[in-house]
Design a protein around this ligand. Sequence first.
Ligand code: NAD
Length: 330
Amino acid sequence: MTILVTGAAGFIGFHLANRLAREGHRVVALDNLNDYYAVSLKKARLAQLEGPCIETIDVADLPALEALFARERFTRVVHLAAQAGVRHSVTHPHEYGRSNMIGFLNVLDVCTRFNVEHLLYASSSSVYGRQETLPFRESDPVDRPASLYAASKRANEMMAYSYADLHRLPATGLRFFTVYGPWGRPDMAPSLFAERLMRGEPIDIFNHGQMARDFTFVDDIVESIVRLIPKAPGAAGETPHAIYNVGRGEPVSLLSFVELLERALGVTAHKRFKPMQPGDVERTWADTSALQAVTGYRPQVSLEVGIERFVDWIKRYHGAGSGAVRVPRR
Ligand code: NAD
């Protein structure tokens, strides 16, 4: 089976591409290596890839995608390439139009024309917005995105549905819940906090500490994707489109997360409490029963163990003096 992983120089894509290659699949790893955060970190991830063939392509470039699909016969595509970041979408909206809307449309188009048997694509827990009903279920209303990033992910789900319905492209949307772990994104709280704690600098805690996230270890995310790849939706007479929450299902407060980080790093944080940031939501919590029913899998990695593994990595990475993990420039 030849599998295309887009966004493979990114955090989740890198782990997934490696896992699939280790399982013996032929993997093509696509990324445009954009500079939203340190390109050196993306290159360092690519250097760790064992097996996948790397293609530097922008998904907004339709002719380049077409040429790739004409060269390779992809049976499965896992589309993770996107402009990520809720807060960044408030200040830099256009990149979300280009990568997340035009790029996503291009992926749907080539997957349809080249008869891909299953497209899995990254959505996000952010589609739930500021919903009061907990935990979040796939059937909950998702018509009030709190940011353009969230809106672009919800739009992706509707675009995929229309392609599945009209063109019979089997597609599965993956609503990831705050992913953390080794090789994590430097713009997300775990890396931002760990970086500052290691330097002895204060950390900013938004919404005065009243935040909770369903932090999910990256290996659990990868295991869920691997199990979903063979499960193309499409029972007779149904639109071949499905959506799953991919999270741990056990939210923790940001303050508890910081406490575990302090313990793992052996430091005490100087916390600065700040108001809510535009576009942010107070809490996320995945109901994972649909994912469990179809994959038989429940996330395995506890927060304590996950944070220890993350801290081991970030210390080693900084110790190696790579300087690759730094905060985004924008
Ligand atoms: P990431 O930013 O580390 O990876 C995304 C990769 O896509 C990057 O390497 C980037 O260079 C690449 N990319 C961006 N635009 C591109 C384009 N136009 N063409 C080709 N490549 C492009 O992010 P991640 O954390 O690995 O997230 C992967 C996916 O999961 C994204 O779609 C993201 O929105 C989604 N997601 C992530 C989380 C999380 O907690 N990490 C949560 C919910 C959803």
